[in-house]
Write a protein that binds this ligand. Structure first.
Ligand code: ME8
Length: 669
C-alpha cells in the first residue's frame, strides 16, 4: 500500500511536503529515464501546491558533479571539470525549463553551501566515532561510483566486470576513511518496520531488508586518488566519497544538517521528505543514507519511492547505450512537452518497469489527448458559440447533473490516487470523467435541443459540459500544465489556474469563451510515420538521419506566435521543381508511392504518402515541388531523399505543382 500524509512521523496531517529527485550525473544530457523521474516529482509537487497551498511544498532536483567519472570525462574532453559541468548543467536547466519543471532549487554539488553541508555531516559522523582510517584493497566500478565485492562481479576470461555496466572494475588500494555502517543493521531493520518510514513498493523494502540481514560491511568514504570533489575536513589529501557528498544534497537544500534540526520550516519539510529514485540506487538511499543520518543524529527521511526502469525493446534506457537514447526535446519538437509528460505518467504504472515505443506515444497522443480531451473541449466550445453565442453566465441555480454522483466519484478518486502517489491511476480516473462527458454530450444531443428551440435545455447541457471540461482541466494540471492553462483560457476561466476542483458539484461558474483552438492538433498518418522514422533514425539502429525541420508538422498544427519562423529560417528550406520519371507502389502499404525524380542535375528517390489520391502511372511526367534539402529519412526500408509538397490533412487531396513548364531543378521561392 502507498503511504498517505496522515501517516507522518508525528502522526498529524502536516501540510509540508518535500520531494526530491536523484541528482543526476553530468556525464550526459537528459534522456527519457531522467525526464521520467523529474516529471513524476514535478507532478507530485504541483498536485501538493494545488491542494495544500503554494508554500507547503519544496521540490529539489539538480546535478551530481563530483567524482572520478566526471573527472575523467572532463579530462578526456580537455576541459577543466567545472567548465565541463557548467555546460551540461545549462543543458539540464534548459530542458527542465522547457518541460515545465517547477523545482524550488536546482542544486549542484559544486555549490558553496553544499560543501559546507558535507563538511558538517562529516564532522557529525566523526564526532559520533563512526569514521575511522584503514587500508583498503577493493574493486571499484567508476560507472556506479561504487565498490563491488568479489561475489558481485562477473568474471569473463581474465577480466572482472561490473554486473550493471559490463565494464571492467578497477582495483583500488589506498588508505581510506571508513564509515561504520556495520553498526547500523539493527536500527535500519527496525526503521523499515516503523510506521514513520516507508519504502514503496513494498517489494523493494523486502529486498533492502534482506540485503541488510545478510550482513553489512563498513564502507569506504574517502578517496586519495580522486581530486575532483570535496576535501575531507582536516585531511585535504583525501576527497569525500562521491556518494556521501551526493546524498547530503537533500539536506543542503534545506540549509544543511543544523537547519534541519533547528529551523522550524526546514524541520517540518525534512519530516515530510520523499525521495524519488529508480531501483538502481535504492541501496544508497535505503541503507547508506539513513545510516549516515542516524550517525549524524538527524531524523531519517519520510519515505522512498522506487520506480522501475524505462526500457527500449527490453534494454534499460541509459546514457551508455546510444541505441536506447530517447530524447525528450526531439519528441517535444513534434508533440510538445505536455504530451510527453502525459504519456510517461499515464503509460507506466509507478514502480514497475515499462517499455517505451514511439508508436505507443503517438497512439496515446491521438486517442487520449486528441480524440478524448481535445475533442471534448473543441466540441463544447463550438456548440456554446453556435447555439448560445459563447457568453455563458453561471446559472442561477446550478443545473442538476444526471450522473453527478459519478463525477463526484471521479474527482474524489483522482484526488485519492494523487495522494497515494499513483499518477497513472489518477489519470485513469480523470479520463473516466472526460470520456463520460463525451458520452453525456452524445446522449443529451444539444443539436436536437437547438432544433426544438429548447434554450433552457441547451443552457443546461452546455453549462454542465463546460463545467466538466473545467474540472478536467484542473485535474490534468499537475501533468499537463500548459494544456490546462490553455483550456481554462478558452473557457474564460484563467483565474482557476493552479486550483484543485471541489468534489461536490456546483455547476458552471460563468465565463466568456474564446474561439475554439486545437490544443492537441491531429497528425496526418503519413506525417506521423515520417516523424517516427526520423526519431528512430537518431539511433544507430535506424537510418542514422538527423531530424528534419518543422516542415513535417501537420499543416493543421496551430502555432503560438512565439514559434512563428523568421524569414531567415524559412530561407534555409530549399524548394525545387522535379519531374517524376518513375513511380511504383511501396510494398505492404496502400498509402505510399516510391517516386524517382529528375532534378536536372541529379535523380532522387522520394517516398510520398499520395497513393490514395494518385495512381503510379498518373504520376509519370508530372512536375512536382520537392523540399530538396531535407535530411533523408528511411520509410519502409526505403531512404527517402526529400519530400513532395501536397495539400490535405488526414489524407492527401492534391499535389502542389507549377502552372507553366519550367525545367526540373528550378528553385521555387
Ligand atoms: O545515480 N528508467 O545518477 P544517474 C527510469 N548521481 N529512470 C531512470 C533510467 C531509466 N532507464 N535511467 C536513469 C546517479 N533514470 C547519482 C544519484 S542521488 C543522491 C545521486 C533515473 O545520472 C532514475 O531516477 O545515474 C535513476 O535512479 C537516476 O536517473 C540515476 O541517475
Amino acid at each position: 500500500m502507498s503511504p498517505t500524509s496522515s501517516q507522518s512521523p508525528q502522526g498529524n496531517t502536516d501540510k509540508a511536503f518535500y520531494v526530491t529527485t536523484p541528482i543526476y550525473y553530468v556525464n550526459a544530457t537528459p534522456h527519457l529515464g531522467t525526464f521520467y523521474t523529474t516529471v513524476v516529482a514535478d507532478a507530485f509537487a504541483r498536485f501538493r501546491r494545488a491542494t495544500r497551498g503554494k508554500d507547503s511544498t519544496f521540490f529539489l532536483t539538480g546535478l551530481d558533479e563530483h567524482g572520478q567519472k566526471i573527472e575523467r570525462i572532463a579530462s578526456e574532453k580537455g576541459l577543466p571539470p567545472q567548465l565541463y559541468c557548467d555546460g551540461i548543467a545549462s543543458e539540464f536547466q534548459k530542458t527542465w525549463a522547457r518541460a515545465g519543471i517547477t523545482y524550488d532549487r536546482f542544486i549542484r554539488t559544486t555549490d558553496s553551501d553544499h560543501k559546507a553541508a558535507v563538511e558538517a555531516m562529516w564532522n557529525r559522523m566523526t564526532a559520533r566515532g563512526d569514521i575511522y582510517q584503514a587500508d583498503y584493497d577493493a574493486l571499484y566500478c567508476v560507472g556506479c561510483e561504487g565498490f563491488k565485492t568479489e561475489e558481485e562481479v562477473l568474471v569473463e576470461g581474465n577480466e572482472k566486470l561490473c554486473p550493471t555496466h559490463r565494464k571492467p572494475v578497477e582495483r583500488v588500494k589506498e588508505t581510506n576513511y571508513f564509515f561504520r555502517l556495520s553498526g547500523y543493521a539493527d536500527r535500519l531493520l527496525a526503521m523499515y518496520d516503523s510506521p514513520g518510514f516507508f519504502i514503496a513498493p513494498e517489494s523493494r523494502k523486502n529486498e533492502v531488508a534482506e540485503f541488510v540481514r545478510s550482513g553489512l560491511r563498513d564502507i569506504s568514504v574517502s578517496r586519495m586518488s580522486v581530486k575532483w570533489g570535496i576535501p575531507v575536513p582536516g585531511d585535504p589529501k583525501h576527497t569525500v566519497y562521491v556518494w556521501i557528498d551526493a546524498l547530503t544534497n537533500y539536506l543542503t537544500a534545506l540549509g544543511g544538517p543544523d537547519a534541519v534540526e533547528k529551523d522550524p520550516r526546514a524541520r517540518a519539510l525534512w519530516a515530510q521528505s520523499h525521495h524519488i529514485i529508480a531501483k538502481d540506487i535504492l541501496r544508497f538511499h535505503a541503507v547508506y543514507w539513513p545510516a549516515m543520518l542516524m550517525s549524524a543524529g538527524l531524523p531519517v527521511p519520510r519515505g522512498i519511492f522506487c520506480h522501475g526502469f524505462l526500457t527500449v525493446k527490453g534494454q534499460k534506457i541509459s546514457k551508455g547505450l546510444p541505441a536506447t537514447r530517447v530524447d525528450p526535446n526531439a519528441i517535444a519538437d513534434i508533440l510538445g512537452m505536455d504530451a510527453l509528460r502525459y504519456f510517461v505518467l499515464r503509460e507506466y504504472s509507478f514502480g514497475s518497469d515499462g517499455d517505451f515505443s514511439y508508436e505507443a506515444l503517438f497512439q496515446r497522443h491521438e486517442s487520449d489527448l486528441g480524440n478524448d480531451l481535445g475533442n471534448l473541449l473543441n466540441r463544447t466550445i463550438s456548440m456554446a458559440h453556435k447555439f448560445l453565442r459563447g457568453k455563458l453566465p453561471a446559472l442561477d441555480r446550478p443545473a442538476p447533473l444526471a450522473g453527478g454522483q459519478s463525477i463526484h466519484l471521479a474527482v474524489a478518486s483522482a484526488t485519492r490516487y494523487w495522494n497515494e502517489f499513483s499518477p497513472s491511476r489518477a489519470l485513469e480516473e480523470t479520463w473516466r470523467l472526460i470520456r463520460g462527458t463525451n458520452v453525456y454530450i452524445d446522449q443529451s444531443a444539444p443539436w436536437n435541443l437547438a432544433k426544438l428551440d429548447d434554450t433552457a435545455g441547451l443552457m443546461e447541457v452546455i453549462c454542465n459540459s463546460l463545467e466538466l471540461v473545467r474540472i478536467a482541466a484542473l485535474l490534468v494540471a499537475p501533468v499537463m500544465p500548459e494544456a490546462s492553462r490553455e483550456i481554462l483560457r478558452q473557457l474564460g476561466r484563467s483565474e482557476d489556474v493552479g486550483t484543485w476542483p471541489d468534489e461536490t458539484w456546483h455547476g458552471w461558474r460563468g465565463g466568456t469563451l474564446t474561439e475554439p483552438h486545437p490544443v492537441f492538433p491531429r497528425l496526418d498518418p503519413i506525417v506521423r510515420a515520417l516523424h517516427i522514422a526520423r526519431l528512430l533514425g537518431e539511433t544507430p539502429g535506424g537510418s542514422g538521419d538527423t531530424p528534419p525541420p518543422e516542415v513535417f508538422s501537420s499543416p493543421s498544427k496551430a502555432k503560438p506566435e512565439s514559434s512563428l519562423v523568421d524569414f531567415e529560417d524559412f530561407k534555409k528550406l530549399e524548394f525545387r521543381t522535379a519531374r517524376v520519371i518513375a513511380c511504383e507502389p511501396v510494398q505492404k502499404t496502400d498509402k505510399l508511392l516510391k517516386l524517382t525524380l529528375d532534378l536536372g542535375t541529379e535523380q532522387r528517390t522520394v517516398v510520398s504518402g499520395i497513393a490514395a489520391a494518385y495512381a503510379p502511372d498518373a504520376m509519370i511526367g508530372k512536375t512536382v515541388i520537392l523540399v530538396a534539402n531535407l535530411k533523408p529519412a528511411k520509410l519502409r526500408g526505403i531512404v527517402s531523399e526529400g519530400m513532395v509538397l501536397a495539400a490535405g490533412e488526414a489524407s492527401v487531396l492534391g499535389l502542389a505543382t507549377i502552372d507553366t513548364d519550367v525545367p526540373p531543378g528550378t528553385r521555387v521561392l
